[in-house]
Design a protein around this ligand. Structure first.
Ligand SMILES: [Zn+2]
Length: 450
């Protein structure tokens, strides 16, 4: 039995325009025909016909930067310490479903805790739960002073952290081999340090070039792509030289790194949502309030560098760093597309291609998704407004008419949950310091008077 899906307007991802009055025929989860309804095969008696009227149909969207094990975390300790990894896995399944319900039929998770996302991916693939297609890394590999080595040395990087501390190339290679044995789809490394280079006044890289070359070489030898977290100029250049497949952030990419990205076909994924949401939404009562100007500055300084890379022809992926309290699952994925249009000069069609066609290349099963064409999985998003006229319509879930995964309409149960019980297990006692001086400045109460 085949399913015939009629679309008022169809964006296959193969060009930058949408075609009117098209039909997609699905057999065994995959597209067997796509083209004008007038030339489509006649439905057999047993076939199912779904007519979406004037609706707009695109490939299911993909977000390559979703951290399913973070649980909409309020802080780094919240990610690493307080919830047992078993709870994180159960919670991650719900997070994955919320991403799907936003029209995202696939995602990549770069940097997990335990084997949380591997378990979620496998449970979905086994048919136990409805969820998006998932590719994931293991813990992100970091040396001393690397991005994920944020606790003091006397605590170290806990086993339950999003990062794994490697003290030598040998340890890094052992970690890569272990992750590959455990079933990761790609490797994630933290190339940024946490220190400012005293010579340049800029954020420094944390690995030496030789170390990075060896790490990336081993991942590639085992058939795994490598995503590097590199915001600073040095880490970005080092990541490019080492041949990482994707560089996340890259806000301070320079000409030398742009040239290498072009030569080696390395893609960039800036991830504006975390920074822009951080600047625009963070309240005075949030600890990150003091960091909001820094977030704004990084975006403002980064956009001209990224634009240079785009104009030179470097390809872009799209991701949001969802999984923090400022980027909860299912909420802001499509906002990134608005930034690509507003800040990076993408047309809505180019932004849509970046988040479908380009993003698919990062996924393990990427050759099967990302465009609507014969042989690929029929993963579709149907909306009742035109995102090529206004890309922001994808942010409003009320505009979603249907979501198909492998040609089957997916229905995600609406979860009402208590946010206080899914993250923030840390002891949040006092934010202020109540010296005698401070107490004179704030309103107080009196037990005696009550
Ligand atoms: Zn991230």
């Amino acid at each position: 039995m085949a399913t015939h899906i009629r679309c008022g307007s169809l964006f296959t991802g193969k060009s930058t325009s949408a075609e009117k009055d098209q039909t997609i025929v699905v057999e065994d989860e995959r597209v067997s025909f796509v083209g004008p309804t007038a030339t489509a095969p006649r439905p057999a008696a047993a076939d199912k016909v779904i007519d979406h009227g004037a609706a707009f149909v695109s490939p299911g969207l993909i977000d390559v930067h979703v951290h399913l094990s973070y649980g909409n975390a309020h802080n780094e300790e919240d990610i690493d310490l307080y919830a047992p990894v078993e709870f994180r896995a159960v919670r991650a399944m719900m997070g994955a479903q919320q991403v799907l319900a936003a029209g995202y039929t696939a995602l990549a998770d770069p940097a997990i805790t335990g084997r949380v996302t591997i378990a979620v991916r496998d449970a979905i693939n086994a048919g136990l739960y409805v969820g998006p297609r998932i590719s994931c890394s293991g813990r992100q590999i970091t040396p001393r002073q690397g991005l994920a080595d944020y606790y003091p040395t006397w605590i170290g990087v806990p086993e339950t952290s999003v990062g794994v501390l490697v003290r030598s190339v040998t340890e890094a290679i052992e970690e890569i081999r272990t992750e590959v044995k455990d079933g990761v789809d790609f490797i994630k490394i933290a190339a940024d340090g946490v220190y400012i280079n005293p010579q340049t006044g800029e954020l420094g890289g944390c690995f030496s070039q030789g170390e990075l070359d060896a790490i990336v070489g081993e991942a590639h030898r085992l058939g795994r792509k490598v995503i590097s977290h590199a915001r600073g100029k040095e880490a970005t250049l080092q990541s490019a030289r080492a041949g990482c497949d994707v560089i996340f952030h890259a806000f301070y990419i320079d000409d030398a790194a742009i040239d290498i990205c072009l030569a080696k076909n390395i893609m960039l994924c800036p991830t504006f949502a975390l920074m822009v949401n951080g600047y625009e939404f963070t309240q005075a009562t949030d600890g990150n309030y003091r960091a909001r100007d820094m977030m704004k500055r990084i975006v403002e300084e980064g956009v001209p560098n990224l634009l240079k890379a785009k104009q030179a022809g470097v390809k872009f992926l799209v991701g949001t760093d969802s999984g923090f309290a400022i980027t909860p699952y299912g909420e802001w994925h499509a906002r990134e597309l608005e930034f690509y249009v507003k800040l990076m000069g993408f047309t809505p069609a180019e932004a849509l291609q970046a988040t479908t066609v380009n993003n698919a290349t990062m996924l393990r099963d990427g050759a099967d998704i990302g465009t609507i064409e014969v042989g690929r999985f029929a993963d579709l998003l149907v909306v009742d407004k035109d995102p090529l006229a206004d890309i922001r319509i994808l942010q409003d879930k009320k505009n979603i008419v249907a979501i198909y995964k492998g040609g089957a309409a997916v229905k995600v149960p609406k979860h009402v949950f208590n946010p206080a019980k899914v993250s923030k297990f840390s002891y949040d006692m006092w934010r202020d310091m109540y010296t005698q001086e401070r107490v004179k400045q704030v309103p107080t109460r009196s037990i005696a008077a009550e």
